[in-house]
Design a protein around this ligand. Sequence first.
Ligand SMILES: [Zn+2]
Length: 412
Amino acid sequence: MSGKADPRPAGEGTTSRTRLDRGRGALGPALELVHTGRAPTRAVLTAELGVTRATAGAVAAELEALGLIRVDARPGAAAGSQGRPSHRLSVAEDGPVTLAAQVHADGFRAALVGLGGRIVATAPGCEVIDADPAKVLGSVVAAGAGLLRETGRRCVGAGLAVPSAMAEPEGLALNPMHLAWPEGAPVREIFAEQVRAAGLDGPAFAGNDVNLAALAEHRHGAGRGARDLLCVATGHRGVGGALVLDGRLHTGSSGLALEVGHVAVNPGGRPCHCGSRGCLDVEADPLAFLTAAGREPGPEMSLLKQAGTLIREHDDDPAVRSAVATLVDRLGLGLAGLVNILNPDRIILGGLHGTLLDAAPDRLRAVVADRSLWGRSGGVPILACALDHNSLVGAAELAWQPVLDDPLVILA
Ligand SMILES: [Zn+2]
């Protein structure tokens, strides 16, 4: 940033326009700081950006003029970096939104998500997921377009979360095992077509649901501040993983990194659709839990809900307690292997894995510590994911990224 090197005192011999010209490169970083809650005041923003107070003021004013953030005109009592009262910054409550969509084994959900990861409106849809991705994505985009009409909000882009590895750069759903979609379906392109057909503005993106959950948790939830964040989660079916390094998703050379569901944790275990046996995917997901507890899965609610309800409401049942122990041991074994390879500074667990952690935190931490080099002495904090609908919020993050990179794109 040039602001810090400016030899002139702030406000002397400059107009707000030239200050802003110098601060233009700071617009994106400034928006990201407010978006992720790391700059609650203008004083913190100034310090975080390493610019003069005048430049930070001009940058904040420009972001406010773009309708993206709000600058509280009255300096708050909350102290700034030097204990001085400072203007409070927040994302604009009534600003633009992104359309976020998620498809899973039991249905779909559309939502409008503002800056700050705030879900403004949401519409769940439950249906048998059609074997034609265009039909499902057409339904979820139509639900999102309905929310936009109802709320009258401006849409700056769209993001989609799917329960499949996504091959990049083409955006192909490589193994939508728990959906009836054809392998290698060009999901991102189909989603983009549906978004255009609905007359919505902005670019369209798609990603793996656990990757997006990890991104959302890193920016707004249980992963905030972690440098090497490992996320392992089971949603409706199967197990996924993600790694966020220095704030960016690590997706590998072609988008397929962190397929942790196929780490073997029970060599003599049940066959997995990948061709191996005893993978986390089939040994530590909601169906595996229900089976271990001797329960027949019912059709009335999702497997995730059935398993979660059993753990929370029937912990006095010996069969449930034993199933919790079995799944915690399998999950811990898988996590220990990942800790040895990846050396994360934090692990977050989503879906049923978060519920298992809540049910038996000491047992899970002990298994990981006993079986991993870097996890020994309880070195790696293990937390449950904190956000509702984190895959949706992560899908929204994809759609927000161009605005975070250059807030002026919203003028286009
Ligand atoms: Zn497998």
